[in-house]
Design a protein around this ligand. Structure first.
Ligand SMILES: O=C1O[C@H](COP(=O)(O)O)[C@@H](O)[C@H](O)[C@H]1O
Length: 232
């Protein structure tokens, strides 16, 4: 599966273009079925994009937002992807959206994954939009090199679900949607910024070992052609 590359001169220009494209995807879904779903990434890259998207004139009360992955920490922890979402996206018009958190205050992370999987089922499939990020180690969502459940996470024959992941480079234990839940999103974007991430992307595109760089699964096996958004 090839990809489409969208390169921008500045990060604000990227944020505006990606927010406009996501707006289109959400509007199309609302037009078609009366509601829309989007799964977004955490980390540091999406902040400016979230800020722009939050102000877009979408019928946000018809949109459900979730995360592609989450650290197993409560929503008030500074490492929480949910906190990032609340701070930078759930404001202005977008505050009307429904949010489906992956983290749950459950007895174990496995139980939290089961709860999140059940809740996500109510969204239907596929997602209308999925915005992935990428780490310098080639991880995306919480598909980390060396992850204890990486093989199952990337196995497209396994059901759509939220699963657990532990890896040396991941810090906290993680919750992540499986690749099977993301690979066929109606709009599938990879959002990366900076020269270092571009070099990581080029390395990923030049090889095929998904265990070394799990982002290769997205670039090589997604049912939807990924749109890559990059700015220096
Ligand atoms: O751990 C994570 O990292 C990636 C990349 O984050 P960034 O800070 O380099 O932008 C992110 O896509 C993922 O959602 C997050 O949990």
């Amino acid at each position: 599966m090839a990809h489409r590359m969208h390169a921008f001169e500045t990060r604000p220009a990227l944020a505006e273009a990606l927010a406009n494209r996501v707006t289109k995807a959400l509007e199309a879904a609302i037009e078609l079925k009366g509601s829309a779903t989007i799964a977004v990434s955490g980390g540091s890259t999406p902040k400016a994009f979230f800020e722009v998207l939050s102000g877009k004139p979408v019928e946000w009360d018809k949109v459900t937002i979730t995360l592609v992955d989450e650290r197993f920490v409560p929503a008030d922890n500074s490492r929480s992807n949910h906190l990032l979402l609340s701070t930078h996206l759930l404001k202005g018009p977008a505050a009307a959206a429904r949010v489906l958190p992956l983290y749950h205050d459950a007895a174990s992370i496995e139980e939290a994954a089961i709860i999140a999987t059940g809740e996500a089922r109510s969204l239907g499939a596929p997602f209308d939009a999925v915005i992935l990020g990428m780490g310098n180690d080639g991880h995306t969502a919480s598909f980390f090199p060396g992850g204890d459940h990486l093989a199952e996470a990337l196995d497209l024959s396994l059901p759509r679900r939220v699963m657990t992941m532990e890896a040396e480079g991941a810090g906290e234990p993680r919750l992540t949607f499986s690749f099977s839940a993301l690979y066929d999103a109606r709009f599938l974007a990879l959002h990366i910024e900076g020269a270092e991430k571009k070099a990581v992307l080029d390395k990923a595109l030049a090889g095929s070992d998904e265990n070394e760089m799990p982002i290769r699964a997205v670039l090589g096996r997604s049912a939807t052609k990924p749109d890559i958004y990059w700015a220096p």
